[in-house]
Design a protein around this ligand. Structure first.
Ligand SMILES: C[S@@+](CC[C@H](N)C(=O)[O-])C[C@H]1O[C@@H](n2cnc3c(N)ncnc32)[C@H](O)[C@@H]1O
Length: 298
């Protein structure tokens, strides 16, 4: 399906190809054309995802929660910039670590700043909505984070079943997703509502994080543990609260073009609401829920 037809305004009208993926530009941002994924796929988003990765590792005090021991094989589903998988490859040098994503990570072109990729890490291109291209029981640990904007609600049972299928018996599966902000005022609720509506138009469900247990249970996982972590949103929460706020408003910025292109708000309305939401966050007491859910393949 040509998902880009979904945007009412076709943006700058320019199509480009990045690796194996076709992209469409919209109000200065690049979006994937051929999958339901709603967030941009450009350098601005690479920067946000890397920042978000460091924020999550700091806020959750580590890159994983499941009792994985020393796994010999790890898969990251929807690996994005590859930052999580590369760090896991460094942390577990004897493990073979694979990242799979529909679009290859952007190469780091700055020779001086390039982070060398460990030899035990590899990237495999693949569309998770078409299944995972690995035999049953390939990995000791499978991790999937922040795929709410990529997997339509009715495809979650199938995609989680795929994640469980490629996990070895006795191995672990970990799913991490976020919810919507709590404790704000009318402006935050408005912005969150627009974002939820953009997702809903593609069959995506922003509230799905609290249902991850059901998907894992339905796919036959056991010993399921659910951790709902309320991250502080705003400077009242100290260093973490400030990081969460930066990431939250970078995501609000990333969703600006889709909301406007769908005619849900004008540019002025969006920017005014985003500015008012920033002020609500300064009042303190806002939180941002993250769901960390892991289970075992018996
Ligand atoms: C919000 S990012 C999260 C990236 C990474 N998991 C992280 O936590 O930083 C979602 C990722 O899913 C990828 N994606 C979107 N649709 C996909 C699909 N159908 N199959 C595989 N990957 C997909 C995007 O390219 C993007 O890298």
């Amino acid at each position: 399906m040509a998902w880009w037809r979904f945007w009412r305004r076709s943006g700058d009208g320019k199509d480009t190809t990045a690796g194996n993926m076709r992209q469409r530009s919209l109000m200065g941002r690049l979006f994937l054309r051929d999958v339901p994924y709603v967030l941009p796929k450009d350098m601005g988003e690479v920067n946000r995802l890397d920042f978000q990765h460091y924020m999550m590792r700091s806020a959750l005090r580590g890159n994983y929660a499941a009792p994985i021991g020393t796994p010999d094989s790890i898969l990251d589903v929807g690996s994005g910039t590859g930052r999580w998988a590369i760090e896991m490859a460094t942390l577990f040098p004897r493990a073979s670590v694979t990242g799979i994503d529909v679009a290859a990570p952007q190469p780091d072109e700055s020779a001086a700043g390039a982070i060398a990729q460990p030899a035990n890490y590899q990237f495999v291109p693949g569309n998770v909505l078409e299944g995972l291209p690995f035999p049953d029981g390939t990995f000791a640990y499978v991790h999937q984070r922040y795929m709410i904007g990529a997997i339509p609600r009715d495809q979650w049972p199938h995609t989680v079943a795929e994640v469980v299928r490629v996990t070895r018996h006795g191995g672990w599966i970990e799913l991490v997703e976020a919810g919507t902000s709590r404790g704000g005022g009318a402006a935050l609720a408005t912005v969150d509502g627009w974002v939820a509506s953009v997702l809903a138009r593609r069959g995506l469900d922003i509230h799905l994080g609290s249902h991850l247990r059901e998907f894992l249970e339905g796919a036959g996982a056991s010993a399921i543990t659910v951790r709902e972590v309320s991250l502080p949103l705003g400077a009242y929460g100290g260093r973490i609260g400030t990081l969460v706020e930066s990431d939250y408003f970078a995501a609000v910025d990333a969703m600006r073009a889709p909301v406007i292109a769908l005619g849900m708000a004008t540019e002025e309305e969006y920017d005014r609401a985003a500015q008012a939401a920033r002020q609500e966050v300064q009042r303190g007491k806002c939180v941002f829920p993250v769901y960390v859910v892991y289970g075992h393949r018996p």
